[in-house]
Design a protein around this ligand. Sequence first.
Ligand SMILES: C=CC1=C(C)c2cc3[nH]c(cc4nc(cc5[nH]c(cc1n2)c(C)c5CCC(=O)O)C(CCC(=O)O)=C4C)c(C)c3C=C
Ligand SMILES: [Fe+2]
Length: 411
Amino acid sequence: MESNEKKQGMSRLDFLKMSAVAGVSLAIGGAGVAAIENAISPSKTEAAGKDPKDEQIQLYGVHQPGIITPQQTYMYLASFRMTSDKASVVRLFRDWTKFADLSMSGGTMRTGDNPLLPPSDTGETLDLPASRLTVTFGFGPTFFRLDGKDRFGIANQLPSYLKDIPRMPRENLDPLQSGGDVCVQVCADDQQVAFHAVRNFIRLSTGYASVNWMQEGFISGRPGQTPRNLFGFKDGTANNLHQTPAGYDSVVWAGDGEPAWMQGGSYMAYRKIRMLLEVWDRSSLSDQQDTFGRHKESGAAYGKKGEFDTVDAAQMPNTAHVRLAKESKQMIHRRGYSYTDAVDPRTGNVNAGLLFVSYQRNPEEQFIPMLKLMQSKDKLNEYTSHIASGMFACPSGIREGEYIGQKLLES
Ligand SMILES: C=CC1=C(C)c2cc3[nH]c(cc4nc(cc5[nH]c(cc1n2)c(C)c5CCC(=O)O)C(CCC(=O)O)=C4C)c(C)c3C=C
Ligand SMILES: [Fe+2]
């Protein structure tokens, strides 16, 4: 699914190149949004080399991209509030789907058709490859029901476990950075490519939706190695316990018991967690290691040598983060990114942390009990503060010709 697959005998890039030569204007459907209305600009004629950034990930498939896709370097997470009627929502998702397909294929909208109008595309990726761009959409609880009203006639399609994350001890949530009707996760190995996509999703939403909040994150690690978080620890090691098709079925993909549109989808849990870097940096190495129950350099669990050696929770302090995760007896698929929000001018402290993102098939069984346990007992709480939150139902993947959310919106 996630490769340079050919589309009807030619790759998307070839298709775009050929169209450029022929001067073909590619109508992309009856989109009503001015920016994407006319055509795709087949502008990517040079790339197609061996640069890993040329790698394209397919939008179409059984599952949405960006969930079990190996993590890219950059992420933007944007939350939208729908401001119009159902017909407009359908129109917006049609446009967003076309633009997601186009940009994941390394294309752009037109930039130079009419000198009297603003270019359809903002243009900053004209010379850039696809960079493993992925776009992942999710619906928040308010997409189904707002102030008691079935706003789009789909309240009966509410997935089984879609609710806001319940209030937790110690959290300090900012409602302006939390929740939303729709969430769009954009990831890529090039920040400009990721930003271009999220920026144009926002432009395309004009008149139909408004942005509640947007976050940007980054991670970095050598290929094949687990990236380190801003506390300097390898973060994501335990994902390897379920990274098989059967593992993903039992941990990530929603199944029976869910409305048809959600089967093969996943629930995204989001927490913006500030990490108190200055407090952490003053703590001893043994305090830091006790916090996770793992060794800092190797990433090995207490009592073990290698990063991936089986964890023995009994060897860890009672309040160690990993021990508590194990005690919950649940697994989740983590896909978080570090963030920095500059320096707090009053204290001089660096404002930074983790955009925690996890995917699971049943947040009530998996994520929420784990979070509750951690919020009440975790030594990590001495160094962190949860400042934003969200839960979104990410629908299954789509086939070519369909739009994201179609099965839900046309149910
Ligand atoms: C409710 C779920 C979780 C939150 C919130 C969370 C926050 C958080 N985690 C780290 C750093 C690490 N987490 C690690 C492991 C780990 N964390 C969770 C869940 C949450 N983390 C799980 C399920 C696990 C895996 C446990 C296991 O089965 O072994 C680790 C260890 C290495 C690893 O496996 O990734 C680190 C390090 C931070 C900094 C943080 C909030 C800021
Ligand atoms: Fe964790």
